[in-house]
Design a binder for this molecule. Structure first.
Ligand code: ADP
Length: 392
């Protein structure tokens, strides 16, 4: 970042094929009219795009002052070349256009230029300020990018750490369970009532801990897994999820109705986990006063995505908690009432995020919840054919 208190001069490369224009820009940058008193400019010139690109490589400027109309390349082509040069994609560029070229200049900004100025109306202050701001903006962007990468790295390390710890806890927990079961078998009859209930409670706690460890491992796997995306038929995914939940569906007499669903781009195993968690929750958080009814539907979201919905008639969720429930370990029900670890929706969130989509819930307490998520379509969204199929 530029330090305004007299630190390194801003290195500007002027790329323009008209010598008089280059002299004029130099004068405007180095003249007495100062936008920021402490900033000095070090300037070199190039009279063609090819020479300009070469000097970007060899001289490493902070900013390129670029004439939009060059004999060998347009400004947009120059920006394309720049973006493809390793390490120079984030270089600050201020475009200089003629009167009437503003439209193309705006396009150039979409391609990576930070600003544009119209040649005939230049003042020293405007030019210096534009270059200074462009350099600042690029340097801030690089800093944000560095921090994002650092954050990603430390998140990955944390996930790895959680995975290792969870994994390492599995063996001692197994030993504790075996010890307690052994005690129950051998000394069961000799234990007084209170001691026997201590053992039962300890075993139940060990079971809950086992579930928690399994869920943590599943959660860290959801973030770490990176199977390549392929077209996935979500009808098949739903069928598998329903087959996996068969005994719960039967024991609760749940009715599941699914529309004919589309193909999406994704990781089939993760999508199965996503649907299974949502359907499983729709049953788990049912309202005991009525038969659980769950509907799965999909609607186009623009041309490239589908928005899926898993809708239940269960107990519902207070809207105040609608966002928190996607964080790991957040539960709205104590484990003593309804079993769980609060990891299921966090896995759903991670899976949807990995698929470049969003997940959210809309709910009315006492009436039911609708969980929505978006995911990329396998091909352009076409009209769905076929009606609803009821499965129970
Ligand atoms: P768990 O089910 O293990 O608690 P989840 O992450 O799947 O973990 O869910 C987090 C919380 O969100 C649950 O404890 C529950 O309070 C609430 N919840 C999730 N799904 C539903 C649903 N379909 N209806 C009502 N509440 C739900």
């Amino acid at each position: 970042m530029i330090d305004q208190n007299g630190h390194p001069p801003v290195r500007v490369l002027i790329v323009d094929d008209t010598p008089e224009d280059r002299v004029a820009y130099k004068r405007l940058l180095q003249g007495a009219q100062r936008a920021i008193a402490a900033i000095e400019f070090e300037i070199i010139e190039a009279d063609s795009a090819t020479e300009g690109l070469e000097k970007v490589r060899t001289w490493a400027p902070d900013c390129v002052l670029l004439d939009y109309r060059l004999p060998d390349m347009t400004g947009i082509e120059f920006l394309g070349e720049l973006a493809s040069q390793a390490g120079h994609g984030g270089l600050a560029v201020v475009m200089l256009t003629g009167q009437g070229d503003e439209m193309v200049a705006r396009d150039a900004m979409k391609c990576g230029a930070q600003d544009y100025l119209v040649k005939g109306q230049l003042t020293g202050e405007a030019l210096q300020e534009s270059i200074y701001n462009a350099v600042e903006m690029c340097s801030l962007r690089r800093m944000v990018e560095r921090q994002r990468r650092q954050l990603e790295r430390s998140n990955r390390e944390l996930e790895r750490y959680a995975r290792v710890v969870a994994h390492d806890l599995e063996a001692p927990l197994k030993a504790i369970r075996q010890g307690l079961s052994g005690l129950q078998k051998r000394a069961g009859d000799r234990l007084d009532e209170e001691s026997a209930s201590f053992v039962v409670e300890a075993l139940e706690t060990a079971d809950r801990m086992g579930t928690l460890i399994r869920d943590i491992l599943a959660y860290s796997r959801a973030s770490a897994q990176a199977a390549p995306f392929a077209p996935v038929d979500t009808n098949k995914v739903i069928e598998t999820a329903i087959a996996n939940l068969k005994s719960t569906i039967e024991s609760t007499e749940s009715v599941i109705e699914a529309d004919h669903l589309p193909q999406v781009m994704g990781d089939e195993n993760q999508l199965l986990q996503l649907f299974q968690n949502l359907i499983g929750n729709a049953i788990k958080y049912r309202d005991n006063a009525r038969t659980p009814e769950i509907r799965i539907a999909a609607e186009p979201e623009g041309e490239e995505r589908w928005r899926f919905a898993v809708i239940d008639n269960g107990m519902g969720i207070d809207p105040a908690h609608a966002e928190r429930i996607f964080e790991p370990f957040i539960r709205l029900h104590p484990a003593s009432e309804i079993e769980g670890t609060g990891v299921g929706l966090a896995i759903c969130h991670t899976v949807v995020e990995r698929h470049g989509g969003q997940i959210w819930v809309e709910s009315r307490p006492g009436e039911g919840s609708a969980f929505y998520f978006t995911v990329r379509a396998a091909k352009k969204v076409e009209d769905l054919v076929g009606g609803a199929a009821t499965r129970s």
